[in-house]
Design a protein around this ligand. Structure first.
Ligand code: SF4
Ligand code: SF4
Length: 545
């Protein structure tokens, strides 16, 4: 975890929900370092063909905006109002009922009114009123309108990068106003001026160049997969295969590169490979489609479309029948909500049908892409996996619903079904923090960067609090999730708010319990921890209670 000295009690004491005495338009923005992310490096903007590459810092007085920046924003706003009916509606229909106000994890953890979803949207709506409505033009502030200034741009930069596009607020809005989409539009407008954050744009540039956020070249990707096969052999005594770039298989498997690159995602990746071996799946991996994630979602719709296009292009080139996708969050928002209309229809693919059980995945009829937990839960339901749950006996597990699979896909039961079939001890966090109402990890939408660690930990408070609750009540020691970003962001979150809880992907637990044909005696899990020692430690902890 990054160097960070503020204690949890300090954060809790500092949260003040009392509204400021002044109205929000007259209350200055806190511009302290730690409140903003580092801007995109000029070479990344140049590479991607984005405007206004330059060196600057948010703390600078002069952000070096183009001379006609107001016209650029105005025209960009006008274009998007014409193009996206949802934006026009979201700008017009809010009745300021406040139902969303206390639903955002960043507001709960900071007490900052600008982190109320209604006020976050108002930062943009106030400009909309001034520029595009008669009432706003005539009555100005009385109608909630204000003039676009450089200070507004600075305010947008801070607060639209303190929204993780989790969409929890939209769940509570009687009109379904989706503040995440407002944030997406604001970020698009900021990008017209060359304003973005490096932690999101660096992966975008990598992905544009190599096909994945990490910038992994094909030969390195193959090297990593070979290394994982070695590790699996160490653990299971069995050498399995992982076909790469092979034509003519039934399925291409695509997962976020976070699973390939960083622990604990790597264990989940090994889990996929072991699962496919266990069922004899006719599949291939791809070094071209070596990324399921898509930081274009956090940048603009053109980049999102471009980065997504490789999935269908590679499926076509390889001649597969359908696509299977790994555990990821925002990847599935792009696939489920945008891919078919952006880059489809993929008529050259078939409606996915499990070659093992014969189940047709009608939910994937449009996209032709199936989520791995739907696929695995179907295998379990048909009794196709040999499972030894005792290998996970030391685990006391809860499940963090990642925002996008939960709210954008309704993928609520399948992950739970899989977990309950590979571990014995499962506990839910409180009802208003899970399923559709799940709380964000605090680092989604490109915010998983260390310079805003305090903001992330404040945003992670509701999730951390719920985790702490099941840790204290049920001695939960493991939180599972199905998102590569979560697997990275939840580690510092758990260390901070509920120390002692480890983070895992579901297919890591599946693989640990999975019995492979021809395997040796399994004495350790994929992290190469000895099962016997883990069980003894768990028993000792129970006795010490
Ligand atoms: S989308 Fe999530 S982070 Fe953004 S305002 Fe709504 S609740 Fe907050
Ligand atoms: S819940 Fe919807 S209508 Fe009510 S304040 Fe929030 S965005 Fe506006």
């Amino acid at each position: 975890m990054a160097k960070f000295s503020l204690q949890p009690t300090d954060i809790l004491k500092s949260i003040n929900y009392t509204p400021p005495r002044t109205g929000w338009m007259d209350t200055p923005v806190n511009f302290a370092p730690g409140n903003w992310c580092y801007p995109t490096k000029p070479e990344k903007l140049e590479y991607l063909g984005f405007p206004n590459p330059r060196i600057w810092l948010p703390s600078d007085a002069d952000w070096k905006l183009p001379p006609n920046w107001q016209d650029i924003v105005h025209e960009g706003f006008r274009d998007r109002l014409k193009k996206y009916r949802s934006l026009q509606i979201f700008m017009d229909v809010c009745v300021r009922c406040g139902a969303c106000a206390d639903k955002c994890h960043f507001f709960i953890g900071s007490g900052d009114p600008r982190n109320m979803p209604v006020l976050r949207a108002e930062l943009m709506r106030s400009i909309y009123r001034k520029d595009f409505t008669l009432a706003g033009k005539i009555m100005g502030k009385l109608a909630g309108a204000r003039v676009m200034t450089e200070d507004v741009i600075k305010e947008w930069f801070i607060y639209f990068y303190q929204c993780s596009e989790c969409r929890r607020c939209s769940l509570f809005c009687p009109y379904g106003i989706d503040t995440a989409e407002i944030t997406m539009m604001a970020r698009e407008l900021l990008h017209l001026l060359g304003i973005g954050i490096n932690w999101a744009m660096d992966p975008v540039a990598n992905c544009d160049r190599t096909g994945n956020h990490m910038g992994i070249q094909p030969h390195a990707f193959k090297g990593i997969v070979d290394f994982m096969l070695d590790e699996i052999e160490v653990v299971t005594g069995k050498r399995i295969k992982a076909p790469l770039n092979e034509k003519g298989h039934e399925v291409v498997f695509i997962t976020p590169s976070g699973d390939v690159f960083a622990d604990p995602g790597t264990y989940t990746f090994m889990g996929y490979l072991m699962l496919f071996d266990a069922i004899g799946l006719d599949y291939t991996l791809s070094t071209y489609a070596s990324e399921g994630g898509n930081f274009g979602l956090f940048t603009n719709s053109q980049i999102m479309k471009k980065l997504n296009a490789k999935m269908y292009a590679e499926a076509k080139r390889l001649g597969v029948k359908w696509i299977l996708g790994g555990e990821c969050g925002h990847m599935w928002r792009v696939i489920n909500q945008y891919m078919d209309t952006m880059n489809g229809p993929a008529d050259f693919l078939q409606v996915p049908k499990s070659p093992i059980t014969g189940t047709v995945f009608h939910t994937a009829k449009q996209t032709k892409m199936v989520h791995i937990t739907e696929f695995t839960s179907d295998l379990i339901r048909h009794g196709k996996l040999k499972i030894d749950k005792s290998r996970n006996q030391h685990l006391r597990v809860t499940f963090h619903d990642s925002c996008n699979p939960a709210r954008a896909m309704g993928l609520l039961e399948e992950p739970r079904y899989v977990i309950k079939n590979v571990v014995d001890q499962y506990f839910e966090m409180p009802e208003n923090t899970i399923r559709e109402q799940t709380f964000c990890c605090g680092g989604g939408s490109g915010l998983n960067t260390d310079e805003i660690m305090e903001i992330r930990l404040r945003g992670g408070l509701p999730r951390g609090n719920a985790l702490r609750y099941v840790q204290e009540k049920h001695r939960v020691n493991t939180m599972a999730c199905i998102c590569a970003i979560d697997r990275a962001t939840l580690i510092p979150l758990a260390d901070y708010w509920a120390p002692g809880v480890q983070i895992t992907g579901i297919h890591e637990m599946v693989a640990n319990a999975l019995i492979l044909d021809g395997e040796g005696k399994r004495t350790m899990n994929l992290r190469q921890e000895n099962f016997e020692e883990l069980r003894e430690a768990a028993a000792a902890e129970e006795e010490g209670e």
